[in-house]
Design a protein around this ligand. Structure first.
Ligand SMILES: C[S@@+](CC[C@H](N)C(=O)[O-])C[C@H]1O[C@@H](n2cnc3c(N)ncnc32)[C@H](O)[C@@H]1O
Length: 390
């Protein structure tokens, strides 16, 4: 489809011979420091911005999540001589980090005294906004890359909330009996998507492991989906930065059979801007967020290869109910009616977090690693336990 083409992108594509793999295009339009939607800090997260995320709906999400984070940090405390670290990768506006820090400082001041906040944000435009937003943070804080953390790996908890869905994906397209890599090409005054070279044997092996051999009649020419080549290097880097502790990934994710179902003929890639959604990734490049779901099996196998232990996964609705969302909802009814409008907003936000058609379908995926010393697995993470019957 033709689209408005910024001069910088035309120059890059021309220099690259007229087309690039979709992966390269997505990397540029999201993360280029001058022109990318995140790189430049152009995207705004929240009800008044481009799209909402769970933390941007209010602080109840952080208050519920904080209980699991506190459990994990307190279990790590006895064996840790220095500070513990609460690391957030891809902090967006910094709202989740701020709310968690404030909650922990109030609920567990003795833990907060031993805790630092570490923000891992590769996009300079976003990091600038986070620095402003986190001025009120009660914990000592620093911004660092995983590579910088690897020089002195931290002990603690890493949160990755809606960050792995912002990693650039490879788009694969069926073409008769072949799988091809999708490319983004100059086309007149705009851009178009076109099938490129056949997939490499390594990518074909990945597809086969996910249950996809040659396209076949169920996946006619033009059927397309995504592979996630950035996951392994991200998990590897994160693992080098975290010597010992847990990683909680919270994101849109499907099992492979659902992800690559024949009827999902255009994959999971979506574009967001100003609370609008589109399945056209070529719209106003550098102005829209582009995001693709995770494939659970691809994530788990990449994690295992990088030395992570799986602690389990569940849907967000189940996780938040196990952490006390129903009690919190009930508690709202007991509050004085003075701030009725605010109470109704909180109630609405809590219900959105567990709505199985939207945020409630997110996955919470827990992984752990240690620094070589044998570690007991400990009790099941609280969010994977059955919610209490009320
Ligand atoms: C969809 S936003 C999520 C923001 C926040 N976690 C939330 O839920 O509100 C994605 C964030 O991840 C950042 N990001 C993108 N690629 C990243 C990477 N490779 N490592 C860490 N953060 C990344 C973006 O700049 C942005 O801050």
């Amino acid at each position: 489809m033709a689209a408005e083409l910024p001069a910088w992108l035309r120059q890059r594509l021309t220099a690259a011979g007229g087309s690039v793999p979709f992966l390269t295009y997505m990397e540029w339009v999201l993360h280029d420091p001058a022109h990318g939607a995140y790189g430049s800090g152009r995207l705004r997260i929240g009800p008044a911005g481009d799209f909402v995320t769970a933390p941007s709906l209010g602080s109840d999400f952080a208050a519920l999540l904080a209980q699991q984070v506190i459990d994990w940090l307190e279990a790590l405390l006895p064996a840790c001589e220095g500070r513990l670290s609460l690391v957030e990768a891809g902090p967006g506006e910094g709202q989740l980090a701020l709310d968690l820090a404030q909650h922990i400082a109030t609920a567990r001041p003795e833990l907060a005294c031993r805790l630092e906040l570490v923000l891992v944000e590769p996009n300079p435009g976003m990091a600038e906004r986070q620095k402003l937003h986190l001025q009120a943070c009660p914990l000592p804080r620093r911004w660092a890359s995983f590579a910088e953390l690897a020089a002195a790996p931290v002990t603690g908890v890493v949160l990755a909330h809606e960050v792995l869905d912002a990693l650039a994906v490879e788009r694969i397209v069926a073409d008769g009996a072949l799988w091809r890599r999708q490319r983004v090409a100059l086309h007149g005054a705009g851009l178009r998507l076109e099938p490129g070279e056949p997939l490499e044997p390594e990518q074909l092996a990945q597809l086969e492991a996910l249950g996809l051999r040659e396209p076949g009649p169920q996946r006619p020419s033009g059927w397309c989906s995504e592979l996630h080549p950035g996951l392994a290097s991200w998990l590897e880097a994160c693992g080098r930065g975290l010597g010992c502790g847990q990683l909680l990934v919270i994101d849109y994710a499907h099992e492979a059979w659902r992800y690559y179902a024949p009827q999902r003929a255009q994959g999971t890639l979506m574009a967001y801007r100003a609370q609008r959604a589109s399945d056209d990734p070529l719209l106003e490049p550098g102005a829209w967020d582009l995001t693709a779901h995770l494939c659970l099996e691809s994530l788990q196998s990449a994690a295992e290869r990088c030395g992570w232990r799986s602690l389990g996964q569940c849907r967000q609705g189940q996780a938040l109910l196990a952490l006390g969302l129903a009690e919190r909802l009930h508690g709202l009814q007991q509050q004085p009616r003075a701030g009725l409008e605010q109470l109704l907003q909180r109630r609405e936000a809590l219900l959105r977090l567990v709505d199985p058609r939207t945020l409630g379908d997110f996955r919470w995926i827990a992984l752990a690693r240690d620094d070589g010393r044998p570690q007991p697995d400990g009790p099941l993470p609280r969010f994977l336990q059955e919610p209490p019957c009320s």
